[in-house]
Design a protein around this ligand. Structure first.
Ligand code: CIZ
Ligand code: SF4
Length: 302
C-alpha cells in the first residue's frame, strides 16, 4: 500500500479530514482535504461532518479548531509546530490596559494563545481585520500582539483610537529591505504584494497589502502578469497551481520553520496512533470561543 492509499484508508476508518495552512510544505497541501488561511479553516471546520480533524499548521490553529468544535477530536500533525508571535503578549498587559480605559475593545490577532483569546473581546485574522475593527462600537482599540498588522490597520482606520502591542512575526518582520529592493530592481514591472505582518518599510514598497487569501485572489483576478510575493514561501504552491500564465517571484528567506514541521508521514502516524490531541479546559474553551464567534458573526459576508 502506498502512502496516499494508507492515508485514505485511515481517514475513512477514523472519520477524519486533514486541514492544512497555505504555509505548509507542498506535499502536505497536496494530500490535505482542505487548504486555506486560519479564518477559512476555522469557519469551514464548523461545517465538516468528520469526528476527527488533523491540523497541519501551528498550534494556535489547532486550538482555534478545538475552541469552535469542542466535540470534535483535533489532532496536530506535529505538536511542536508553534507560532512564536502567539506567545508575545501576556494577560497582565491586557489587564493593565483595561484599567486605563472604559470604552475599550481588546482585539486579538488569531495568532495568539487560547488564554489570550479568553481575555479578548474579539479576534481578527489578516483577512477580516479591517472589516471587524471598523464595525466595533468601542472607540479605543488595543490590538495584540502584532505591531505591524496593528500599525497597518491604524493607517487605514483613522476614526478609532488604535494602539498597538510590541509583538511581531519573526519571519515577516525580519525581512531585510535590501532583499526586497534587489528583487524589485530585477523585476521593475512586477506588482509587489505584501502581507501586513511585514514591517512598515517593506509595506511602503507594496502595490497591495493583504492576507494570504487576499493575495491569492489578487493574482488570480489581476490582468498584470508579474508579481513579487512578500509572504511565507509556502503560498507558492497554491499560487503556481492557479496562475500558470503569470510570472511569480518569491522571497527565499521568508520561510516559517514551524509551518514546515508537518509531513505526510507524521499525519499518517498521528491518525494511526491518535497522537497529538489538542486538549483544552472546558472553561477556557467557553471563554476563548466568545471572541472567535464574535469575529465569525461580524464577518459573515467576508
Ligand atoms: O490567518 C492566517 O492564516 C495567517 C497566519 C496568515 C494569512 O494571512 O492568511
Ligand atoms: Fe507565526 Fe510568522 Fe510563522 Fe505565521 S509565519 S506562523 S506569524 S511565525
Amino acid at each position: 500500500m502506498n502512502t496516499v492509499e494508507e492515508l485514505l484508508n485511515l481517514k475513512k476508518e477514523k472519520d477524519a479530514a486533514v486541514l492544512a495552512h497555505y504555509y505548509c510544505d507542498e506535499k502536505v497541501q497536496e494530500i490535505a482535504d482542505y487548504v486555506g488561511d486560519s479564518f477559512y479553516l476555522a469557519k469551514l471546520a464548523q461545517t465538516l461532518p468528520n469526528k476527527v480533524l488533523v491540523m497541519a499548521g501551528v498550534y494556535f490553529m489547532g486550538e482555534s479548531l478545538k475552541i469552535l468544535n469542542p466535540d470534535k477530536t483535533i489532532l496536530m500533525a506535529d505538536i511542536d509546530s508553534d507560532c512564536p508571535m502567539a506567545h508575545m503578549v501576556t494577560k497582565e498587559v491586557i489587564n493593565e490596559v483595561r484599567q486605563k480605559y472604559d470604552d475599550l475593545a481588546v482585539v486579538s490577532y488569531i495568532n495568539s494563545t487560547a488564554e489570550i483569546k479568553a481575555h479578548s473581546d474579539v479576534c481578527i485574522t489578516s483577512k477580516n481585520a479591517l472589516n471587524t475593527i471598523k464595525n466595533i462600537k468601542e472607540n479605543n482599540i488595543f490590538i495584540i500582539p502584532d505591531k505591524n498588522l496593528s500599525n497597518y490597520i491604524k493607517s487605514q482606520i483613522k476614526e478609532k483610537n488604535i494602539f498597538t502591542h510590541t509583538g511581531s512575526c519573526p519571519i515577516h518582520n525580519n525581512l531585510k529591505l535590501s532583499e526586497l529592493e534587489s528583487l524589485i530592481d530585477k523585476h521593475p514591472n512586477a506588482k509587489v504584494l505584501c502581507h501586513p505582518e511585514c514591517s512598515e518599510d517593506i509595506l511602503k514598497l507594496s502595490s497591495f497589502i493583504g492576507s494570504t487569501s487576499d493575495i491569492l485572489k489578487y493574482v488570480k483576478e489581476s490582468d498584470f502578469k508579474e508579481f513579487i510575493i512578500v509572504t511565507e514561501i509556502g503560498i507558492s504552491y497554491e499560487l503556481k497551481k492557479n496562475n500558470k500564465d503569470k510570472k511569480l517571484y518569491f522571497i527565499d528567506s521568508l520561510v516559517c520553520p514551524d509551518m514546515k514541521f508537518p509531513t505526510v508521514e507524521k499525519i499518517i502516524d498521528v491518525l494511526k496512533n491518535n497522537k497529538n490531541e489538542v486538549i483544552l479546559d472546558k472553561e477556557l474553551i467557553e471563554k476563548a470561543s466568545l471572541p472567535l464567534k464574535r469575529m465569525l458573526e461580524m464577518n459573515k459576508s467576508v
